[in-house]
Design a protein around this ligand. Structure first.
Ligand SMILES: Nc1ncnc2c1ncn2[C@@H]1O[C@H](COP(=O)(O)OP(=O)(O)OP(=O)(O)O)[C@@H](O)[C@H]1O
Ligand SMILES: [Mg+2]
Length: 563
């Protein structure tokens, strides 16, 4: 029997402005099927439901029968999924991704452990967890639960677990690159010069070798450049080169190049109007958290720059989930955290929601935490004094429910259960609720490598990004110039070698006419001769030594001519 695997549709579809009520099937809540015994408490939520769609999260109340939804209208006001290990964070992320996709909202998520690939395949009644899922659905009154897959596109910076994701050095820009490489102010200044010169000299910076050759060129021409831009030291250039080498060793070279990712390939729906779920393989990225953080930040910045201002749309244009979000912030320089905070604050009005998934809310910097309106808090442990402090702090951020103590609830909730608070009308946080989270419709746990390959080959992204396109850019142009200079230098040398015989001829001709040859002119010829061969030797040595990868001192100074 064929495996029902979700694939990208071949027709590119604009996401519909709003999915009609009920078209998101069993996942959509409408106020008609919600039971409200705690009318006063939920009155705002009910009003919200009549206004806009929600996606089902689970069931709350004493017997878990009151369905809890995430209001799509406020889903761009970001969110947090937190909880100790094994408490159900990733499954919650999975059901939220399903809900958004069903509502026609494209999703990007980072898959740290590979377990989110199950989104591409329908769950099965044959699975051993089916019984547990069925009784969970019964408890929360989720009668229309069914198994289905989501349309998934797999991406991978390393091009193995998904289609390659690339950007160019130029698109990344000096600011983010300096952050990624953790450069000092002086080094960042040199990087700025490199970008500036690349622009003015028409030397496109696409991949890492473009940047590397650009830096070599700056080194070779640092005297002239220092006059124009202030001190350009070789030690700073060397430091940047070394950092680039580290980045290259981490696989960063794969991130830079063409074809660069088009954002429109992330923000799309399939022909049925379901949002594509873009799964970014992040297992290997964990070994390179700096690269991971910078790439994600670049993506956010790009989205921020490219997307139009939309205010608060009826549903988000795109939702981003960062699983194991602490990796974004661990040891991150303050400037990077500030940037994430800034982007998170501003990107909301572009209709992009960001959801951080992490063990402890304290993992997320306070300024960012304050912006996360929709919250799902799974159990937190309270073994140590510090745990208890964190738990108390987490509890204090919720709007209290008179029925229970938030702090106790966070400690007591079981696996796949959480303390939830969603934004309601006018973006006011809802009263905290103890919610049993709905089970996923897609497969819980990873799909096989063969199934992943099948999704990848049937995706309409197949073939678009898989091959690197090495266009003529800074590296090639500078190498060509170096080669041209080498040829020219060789010509000068040959000419210089011929010079003595020509000179003899000239002299004999002079002798014939009875004139003397000036000594100074022959000295000049000799010095030009030795200069020419010096360049030529250097060029040949350099080109041979590094198979033409490096440039030669001084010979490219001509690039400044005519400026
Ligand atoms: N909503 C749910 N419905 C049904 N089962 C669930 C649900 N949430 C969690 N579970 C069960 O709990 C297990 C652990 O959940 P999950 O992997 O999401 O935990 P986690 O918090 O992400 O853990 P880790 O910190 O190790 O990544 C799941 O494999 C599943 O069996
Ligand atoms: Mg997890």
């Amino acid at each position: 029997m064929a495996v029902p695997i979700g694939t990208a549709q071949s027709d590119r579809e604009e996401c519909p402005p709003n999915v009609p009520e009920g078209s998101s099937g069993q996942l959509s809540l409408s106020h008609t099927n919600v039971n409200f015994p705690y009318a006063e408490q939920f009155i705002d939520f009910r009003q919200d439901l009549s206004m806009a769609q929600t996606i089902l999260i689970g069931g709350g109340g004493d017997d878990y029968s009151i369905q809890q939804g995430l209001n799509l209208k406020y889903a761009n006001r970001h969110g947090l999924v937190a909880g100790a290990t094994g408490t159900g964070k990733t499954v919650t992320l999975q059901i939220m991704a399903e809900g958004f996709s069903n509502a026609g909202v494209p999703v990007i998520l980072t898959d740290v452990k590979g377990d989110l690939s199950g989104l591409a395949k329908a769950g099965s009644a044959e699975n051993k967890l089916h019984g547990a899922f069925a009784s969970r659905c019964q408890k929360i009154g989720f009668d229309s639960f069914s198994y289905h897959a989501c349309p998934v596109t797999f991406w991978d910076l390393f091009g193995q677990q998904g289609h390659p994701v690339r950007t160019t050095v130029a698109e990344m820009g000096p600011l983010l690159l300096a952050r990624l490489l953790e450069l000092s102010e002086a080094q960042e200044g040199i990087l700025n010069i490199a970008f500036r010169l690349a622009d003015t000299e028409g030397l496109p910076l696409l991949d890492l070798k473009d940047l590397q050759s650009m830096l070599v060129w700056i080194g070779e021409n640092r005297d002239q450049l220092s006059l124009r831009y202030g001190n350009v030291s070789t030690s700073s250039i060397g430091a940047i080169q070394r950092r680039l080498l580290v980045l290259e060793n981490q696989g960063g070279d794969k991130l830079f190049g063409e074809p660069a990712l088009a954002l429109s390939d992330l923000i799309r729906c399939n022909s049925e109007g379901k949002g594509m779920v873009n799964i970014l393989a992040a297992d290997k990225l964990m070994a390179a958290p700096g690269l991971y953080a910078t790439f994600l930040l670049w993506l956010l910045s790009e989205l921020f720059e490219e997307l139009p201002e939309v205010g608060d749309p009826d549903k988000p244009k795109l939702v981003f989930f960062f699983d194991e979000a602490h990796l974004l912030f661990d040891d991150a320089p303050k400037a990077l955290v500030d940037k994430v905070e800034q982007v998170a604050r501003l990107i909301r009005s572009k209709g992009v929601g960001i959801y951080f998934v992490t063990q402890n809310p304290a993992d997320v910097p306070e300024d960012i935490l304050g912006q996360l309106g929709n919250r799902i808090q799974h159990a937190l442990r309270a073994f140590t004094a510090r745990d208890r402090k964190n738990l108390k702090m987490a509890a204090e951020t919720y709007r209290e429910n008179p029925r229970f103590s938030t702090e106790t609830a966070i400690r007591e909730v079981g696996v796949g259960e959480a303390v939830t608070s969603m934004l309601m009308k006018k973006g006011v946080p809802g009263v905290v609720e103890r919610t049993l989270i709905r089970p996923p419709s897609s497969q819980l746990g990873p799909i096989t490598a063969a199934e992943r390959a099948e999704v990848m080959t049937s995706s309409d992204m197949a073939g678009k990004y898989d091959k690197v396109l090495d266009r003529r850019s800074a590296y090639e142009i500078l190498s060509e110039k170096a080669q041209a200079a080498a040829v020219e230098a060789e010509a000068v040398e040959t000419q210089a070698e011929d010079q003595p015989s020509m000179e003899r001829e000239y002299q004999s001709a002079r002798r014939y006419t009875g004139h003397r040859v000036s000594r100074s002119s022959s000295r000049m010829t000799r010095s030009r001769d030795s200069f020419g061969s010096a360049i030529s030797e250097a060029v040949i040595k350099e080109l041979k030594g590094t198979t033409g990868r490096r440039l030669v001192r001084g010979i490219l100074g001509g690039l400044f001519k005519g400026r």
